[in-house]
Every structure is written in structure tokens, then in C-alpha cells.
Design a protein around this ligand. Structure first.
Ligand code: PMP
Length: 415
């Protein structure tokens, strides 16, 4: 464990592991090794405690109350908004809208900005590397508006073909929607260039940051991103909450998403006026407790330092890649130069599902299947992969256990 204590740039992985209660259990009689972090990360004690404290101590509806509990809850809720603003380096807190997560953030943009701006014959560009949640909302919109979806192709290594992207851009392009990092392959996309090129033709860009938030620095102003979507649960926060960043002038020009309480200024049967941003997009009672707990996840990342965490995860990625590559018949899908800590692989003659089940029997949690990226799987001519995705609490020792497990599975299956 001494190696863990030293870690990268003072990162104490042993101490970090202690903060995550769920890690300290046996699954099927073996210590849990949790490698399904791209699906959802585990939560530190501080996040769990914040949620518990809210429900035990000051559960109240926010914004409309003048009593003490309501004021306390409102304050804590708005503290998280400010933390997200800083986390993304947005210019103002009004540009941060709470949503259920990345999926809802994308749907919000499609249903508001998209519905208002996209016209018949317009084009929306997505990539072959997208999660279904960054494909289907655009398909729904395109169908409604008689617009067209154009797709940036992906190379054999799992990188976006940027030349092809530039060819797709035209004055018909209204929106470009791509991820910052791919959940299936780990590819980090050159979003700065993607945004710059889109802006040259007057298109707006939505970045799906679901997989970037835990690993990559994000600066929406430096990127000049128009929209940026995140989910708390992908970086040590609770499920059911996340955020959409949008540039002020865009958010102000957009119609509301849902109607209801909180999003209005005045309601009458003669006409209703809407609230200012961000509240215009936050109809109804939000997920107050989880938003408050979300702040602890941001603190966790900030306190450990995203750079140090990413450096350690890169070490795990390089280590795991080298070890897995050495297994006969195993092929890594997605070998981009720049990757977050995700390894997707297939093994000749063994179904990913079987590998997942046999690893689970050894206490090792990986994900198998298409990872909500069916077009990408089609591109590679496969049904799915086994995916191991690493977080800051994973260790080389755990990777050794996975590699040893796979080695044995391969030998057993080829008997
Ligand atoms: N985009 C990407 C790249 C993702 O990995 C995910 C979650 N797997 C999503 C979008 C959707 O996120 P959520 O389910 O939190 O809305």
C-alpha cells in the first residue's frame, strides 16, 4: 500500500479509498473491484452525509419560503450553482441551469433552442462517437422540423475525422453536438477546434461533458462553448442531478422548457410572463437534496485536484492497456492518442456478456454491451464490448486481479 500513499503528486489513494464506503465489501466472496465508473462513480462519505443532513436537518422547499429551513435549503442549493459555475468557469451563475443530468440538459436544448432556431432544410451535426442521449433528441427535433442529421465519421482508432467534419459544415449547419470524451472508447475529442470551426459558419455547439467532468479541465469561456452538459453522478455526486451551461444571450433568447411553478414571473389567463434565467428553465420542485450533496462531490474533486486525479487515472489507463494487450485474442477497441481512463475490448470467441459475468463472480464489476452507443458499435462491426473504466480510487492491484481473471477465462473457454 505504500505505493498508493505516495500516488501521483501527493495523491493519497489509500486515504481516498477510505472515503468511499461502498468499496469496502465483498461481492461473491471476493473484494469488490469497481470498474464501472463511466456508467456511474461511487460516492464519498461527504456526499452521502450531506444528503442525510439535508433530510434530517433542513428539508424544505426552496426559493419561495421565508422560514428558516427554507432559507437554509435555498442557500445550500444556490451554493452548488456557484460551485458549478466555478467548476466550468462560466461567467455568471445565471448561466447554470439545474437538470436531472446530461440527458435532460441535451433534451432541454433540443426542445427550446432547437425548436426555436432549427428550420426545414437545416442541418445538425453529431458524431459517430455519441451516446444515444446526444443522438436521439436531435433525431426527434430533425423529424419535427424536417431538418437533416449529418454524422462525423470515426477512424479505426476511434478518433473523429476532423477533415470530414470540416467538409460537413456549411451555412445550413445550425447546431453541432459532440461529446468531450467518449463513454465507450475513452477518446478525448478536440472540442476547441470543433467549436472554432462551427462558429465560422455561424453554428452553435453543444458539448456533452458527461465523461469529461471527472477527468478533464473544463473552461467554457476559453472553449467558447455555447452549451455544456454534465451529470453529477459521473464525478462522485448523486444520481438525478446535473447541469446545463448555456451562454447568457442564448439562454435569454430561448423559450422555456417546461411550464410550472418557479419558471414564471406572473401568471394570468390573459398571458404569462417568464422568470429570469436560470429559473426560467427550472419549473417545479427540483432535486434539492441531491443538488446540495452535489456540492460535496465538486469539493472532493477540487480538494484532490483534477490534474492529479487525471494523472493517476492515466497511469492506470497505461498500466491496464499494457497488461490487457498482452492477453492472446484480446483486442482493444478505441486506441486514440488522447483518452480518458476507459478501456473497451473484445476477445475472440467469447461473448462480452460471458466475460462480464465471469468477472463478476470474482468480485470485479465491468460493463458489457453497446454502452448506449449502437451506431459506434455498428461502425466497428461488433455487438458490444467489455468496458473497464477507472476512477481515482482504483488501483493497479485491482487491475492485476481483472487481468488475471480474464487470462483464466480465456484459458478456460479455449479448453
Ligand atoms: N453522454 C455520455 C457520453 C454518457 O456517458 C452518458 C451516461 N452514460 C450520458 C451522455 C447520459 O448521462 P445521464 O444518464 O447522466 O443523463
Amino acid at each position: 500500500m505504500s505505493e498508493l500513499k505516495e500516488g501521483v503528486k501527493g495523491l493519497n489513494v489509500e486515504a481516498i479509498r477510505k472515503m468511499f464506503p461502498v468499496l469496502h465489501q465483498e461481492v461473491n466472496g471476493k473484494p469488490l473491484a469497481y470498474f464501472d465508473n463511466a456508467a456511474t462513480t461511487q460516492k464519498p462519505e461527504s456526499v452521502i452525509k450531506a444528503l442525510d443532513e439535508y433530510y434530517r436537518g433542513y428539508n424544505a422547499n426552496i426559493h419561495r419560503g421565508i422560514h428558516t429551513l427554507a432559507e437554509k435549503a435555498t442557500k445550500a442549493f444556490e451554493v452548488t450553482r456557484e460551485s458549478i459555475r466555478a467548476f466550468l468557469n462560466a461567467e455568471s451563475r445565471e448561466e447554470i441551469i439545474f437538470t436531472k443530468g446530461t440527458t435532460e440538459s441535451i433534451n432541454l436544448v433540443a426542445a427550446t433552442y432547437g425548436r426555436q432556431e432549427v428550420k426545414k432544410g437545416d442541418e445538425i451535426i453529431v458524431s459517430e462517437l455519441e451516446h444515444h442521449s446526444n443522438i436521439v433528441p436531435w433525431q426527434l427535433l430533425a423529424k419535427e422540423k424536417e431538418a437533416t442529421i449529418k454524422v462525423i465519421p470515426v477512424s479505426e482508432a476511434g478518433e473523429l475525422d476532423i477533415d470530414a467534419y470540416k467538409e460537413l459544415l456549411s451555412d445550413k449547419t445550425k447546431l453541432v453536438a459532440v461529446n468531450h470524451a467518449s463513454n465507450s472508447l475513452g477518446t478525448i475529442n478536440p472540442i476547441e477546434e470543433i467549436i472554432r470551426e462551427a462558429h465560422k459558419v455561424g453554428a452553435k455547439v453543444l458539448i456533452d461533458g458527461a465523461q469529461a467532468s471527472a477527468h478533464l479541465p473544463i473552461d467554457v469561456q476559453a472553449l467558447d462553448a455555447d452549451f455544456y452538459a454534465i451529470s453529477a453522478h459521473k464525478f462522485y455526486g448523486p444520481t438525478g442531478t446535473g447541469a446545463l451551461y448555456g451562454k447568457r444571450e442564448l439562454l435569454e433568447s430561448m423559450p422555456p422548457y417546461q411550464g410550472g411553478g418557479e419558471m414564471i414571473k406572473d401568471v394570468s389567463f390573459d398571458g404569462t410572463t417568464y422568470n429570469d434565467i436560470p429559473y426560467k428553465f427550472e419549473a417545479g420542485t427540483p432535486n434539492i437534496g441531491d443538488v446540495i450533496a452535489f456540492n460535496e462531490a465538486i469539493k472532493f474533486v477540487n480538494e484532490n485536484g483534477k490534474d492529479a486525479m487525471a494523472a493517476y487515472e492515466s497511469e492506470l489507463l497505461a498500466y491496464g492497456t499494457k497488461k490487457l494487450e498482452a492477453i492472446g485474442g484480446l483486442r482493444i477497441v478505441g486506441t486514440a492518442k488522447n483518452k480518458v481512463s476507459v478501456i473497451s475490448f473484445v476477445i475472440d470467441g467469447i461473448h462480452p456478456f460471458d466475460i462480464g459475468q465471469m468477472l463478476d463472480a470474482r468480485g470485479i464489476a465491468v460493463r458489457t454491451g453497446h454502452h448506449c452507443t449502437q451506431p459506434l458499435m455498428d461502425r466497428f462491426g461488433i455487438e458490444g464490448t467489455v468496458r473497464a473504466s477507472f476512477a481515482v480510487y482504483n488501483t493497479k492491484e485491482e487491475i492485476d486481479r481483472m487481468v488475471d481473471g480474464i487470462d483464466r477465462i480465456v484459458k478456460f473457454m479455449s479448453k
